[in-house]
Design a protein around this ligand. Structure first.
Ligand SMILES: *[C@@H]1O[C@H](CO)[C@@H](O)[C@H](O)[C@H]1NC(C)=O
Ligand SMILES: *[C@@H]1O[C@H](CO)[C@@H](O)[C@H](O)[C@H]1NC(C)=O
Ligand SMILES: *[C@@H]1O[C@H](CO)[C@@H](O)[C@H](O)[C@H]1NC(C)=O
Ligand SMILES: *[C@@H]1O[C@H](CO)[C@@H](O)[C@H](O)[C@H]1NC(C)=O
Ligand SMILES: *[C@@H]1O[C@H](CO)[C@@H](O)[C@H](O)[C@H]1NC(C)=O
Ligand SMILES: *[C@@H]1O[C@H](CO)[C@@H](O)[C@H](O)[C@H]1NC(C)=O
Ligand SMILES: *[C@@H]1O[C@H](CO)[C@@H](O)[C@H](O)[C@H]1NC(C)=O
Ligand SMILES: *[C@@H]1O[C@H](CO)[C@@H](O)[C@H](O)[C@H]1NC(C)=O
Length: 498
């Protein structure tokens, strides 16, 4: 499963979350889908560093470790660890605790299973016995966290599932997707964490490794400074002491995971990695996506599918955030493209659609050899008579901005486009024209023939016939651009089918 293409629907959701003294509430409006995790769960960004939080954090009782002097810590190849997870509402009750929080909190027991050596790749499962970690900001999972849950992340699926049980809130699914692509942290994950501190709690010397994220605040992972030699691995293993991070502020500003019994010897049972049946058809966890999916199903009788929705607060006002929705298929794109289809509100919040997504080439085709002297409006309206799904008809230009003998047609229907391309030709105003798929170079936002360096414009048709060759070239050029690469591969497969 991969992104067919990217739909850039940017919503400006007005979120009604309270701000707490000294805290910027919009910063914690996260984390469904793979936001930047400093290499922990998805690849490091090219800059080598995820966008950092501008908030100032304090680290009671900790000392900075001069750069280059921090100890290296490694998880063992596999382990099981028991823990108590504390959820602290009061933002002023700042971790770490000595050794557990005072004042008001809720908590749950639980455990983490980790195995870097399974046949399904690196796997991790976190089991929350009574309360789930509060990371949901809207919708049914955000009202309280008074339900058990498991986070299951199987390496080979590159998917993190949230598994819910009988005590789940009304309307919540049995299984949904938290992140994709998403993998469990590597054994050396702490190398990438650039906050390096140490402290002593309960007479234990602890090395802290952390980072801050623009959209999620502080993350800090504490290891026992003393390492452990385990029989089955030459690398000394580090025992986890505490992990803490920030949660949905309506439930817990601080989330403090205090580790207990640690077993790096016994390999977790294979059954732990079994993906439940309910996850086979899982979609993204109910936040905004769920509301939209429901609306399109109930009102428009269309099943829209999102592969992920990312949040961002860049260029947002107070209490606003943007959502970047990536859809799974062309049908979803077509449904979402028409603004009339959208609901008035999402999750009871006002929003605006900030930009129109660029039209995917998989929904476009070109009509070839259309005389420059035809009446374009006439041509265009005749086309629309028989094909109501047409979104736009565009006369293409070469790189000198002169009209060329090709017309691009954008369609809001996968079946219709396939039908026309299968036919190979189309009738307009009594004339018969050949048609071809449309191919673009997305980075430059222009049709490839415009971007083509070939000065010989009338060779364009010949070029079109060499579409496969061309896409292979483009693919080579675009090696670094994953999305484009996928697009081109798909294009080639598509051409081979036709
Ligand atoms: C954080 O600070 C930087 C530099 O001052 C600024 O460019 C950026 O927009 C700020 N980010 C947020 C989320 O306020
Ligand atoms: C562990 O802590 C002790 C006591 O502070 C310190 O001397 C030692 O260097 C630390 N070890 C590592 C590997 O950081
Ligand atoms: C705990 O919560 C109760 C009720 O909300 C409040 O009265 C009390 O002051 C809180 N205690 C602390 C230590 O924050
Ligand atoms: C949490 O759920 C349990 C069982 O469903 C219930 O007994 C308890 O009162 C709930 N607690 C809160 C704070 O909602
Ligand atoms: C961390 O481990 C991964 C594989 O688990 C490896 O690919 C990567 O190179 C390692 N990074 C460092 C800095 O050792
Ligand atoms: C913390 O690190 C510093 C510098 O490396 C070291 O001198 C000190 O002993 C460490 N303290 C603890 C408690 O580990
Ligand atoms: C949403 O917009 C409506 C009408 O513009 C307004 O009456 C309402 O107060 C807004 N709701 C929120 C939560 O901002
Ligand atoms: C539309 O359909 C009519 C009748 O079937 C046909 O004569 C005409 O050529 C068609 N036009 C286009 C643009 O397909």
């Amino acid at each position: 499963m991969y992104l067919l293409f990217i739909l850039l629907v940017v919503l400006n959701l007005l979120a009604k979350f309270n701000a707490y003294p000294g805290m910027n509430s919009k910063q914690k409006l996260t984390v469904i889908g793979p936001t930047c995790t400093q290499g922990g769960h998805n690849p490091l960004p090219p800059s080598g560093i995820c966008p950092q939080s501008n908030d100032t954090f304090v680290f009671p009782g900790m000392h900075d470790i001069p750069s280059g002097q921090s100890a290296i810590h490694r998880w063992p190849p596999w382990f099981t660890v028991e823990w108590d997870f504390y959820f602290i509402f009061d933002p002023a009750n700042i971790p770490p605790y000595f050794p557990i929080p005072q004042g008001n909190f809720t908590s749950t027991r639980g455990r983490t299973y980790y195995d870097d050596t399974t046949s399904q790749g690196r796997c991790m499962r976190e089991v929350y016995d009574k309360r789930c970690i509060p990371i949901f900001f809207t919708d049914v999972l955000s009202v309280n966290n008074n339900y058990s849950c498991d986070f299951l992340n199987i390496g080979e699926t590159q998917t993190a599932y949230l598994i819910l049980h009988d005590d789940r809130p009304k309307g919540a699914p049995e299984c949904c997707i938290i992140g994709q692509p998403f993998y469990p942290p590597a054994r050396n994950f702490s190398d990438q964490l650039y906050i390096k501190k140490n402290s002593t709690i309960e007479n234990i010397d602890i090395d802290w490794n952390g980072l801050t994220l623009e959209d999620a605040g502080l993350f800090l992972y504490g290891f026992y400074n003393k390492t452990t030699i385990i029989p089955h691995d030459p690398i000394p293993a580090s025992r986890p002491y505490v992990f803490y991070m920030m949660g949905a502020p309506q439930i817990a500003t601080w989330m403090y995971q205090k580790f207990g019994d640690w077993d790096p010897i016994r390999k977790p049972d294979r059954g732990i990695w079994q993906i439940p049946e309910a996850c086979q058809q899982a979609t993204v966890c109910p936040e905004m996506a769920n509301d939209l999916i429901k609306h399109f199903k109930d009102i428009c009788q269309i099943n829209v599918a999102f592969s992920t929705i990312r949040r961002s607060t860049v260029k947002c006002g107070n209490n606003e955030y943007n959502q970047l929705a990536y859809v799974k298929d062309l049908e979803s794109f077509c449904a979402l493209f028409c603004k009339e289809n959208w609901p008035q509100r999402i999750c009871k919040q006002n929003f605006t659609l900030q930009s129109t997504p660029s039209f995917p080439p998989q929904l476009s085709f070109v009509i070839k050899n259309v005389d420059l002297k035809i009446d374009f409006n006439d041509f265009s309206s005749d086309l629309k008579v028989n094909t109501s799904e047409i979104h736009q008809v565009i006369r293409l230009k070469n790189k000198f901005q002169n009209d060329i003998k090709m017309i691009k047609v954008e369609l809001l229907s996968v079946e219709k486009r396939d039908e026309i391309l299968e036919n190979g030709r189309i009738h307009v105003n009594g004339m018969c024209y050949d048609v071809d798929p449309y191919l673009t170079l997305p980075q430059v936002q222009a049709p490839w023939y415009s971007a083509s360096t070939s000065p010989v414009i009338n060779k364009v048709d010949e070029l079109i016939n060499k579409v496969v060759e061309m896409s292979q070239n483009l693919e080579r050029i675009a090696k670094k651009n994953d999305d484009l690469e996928k697009l081109m591969k798909e294009k080639i497969e598509c051409d081979e089918r036709n």
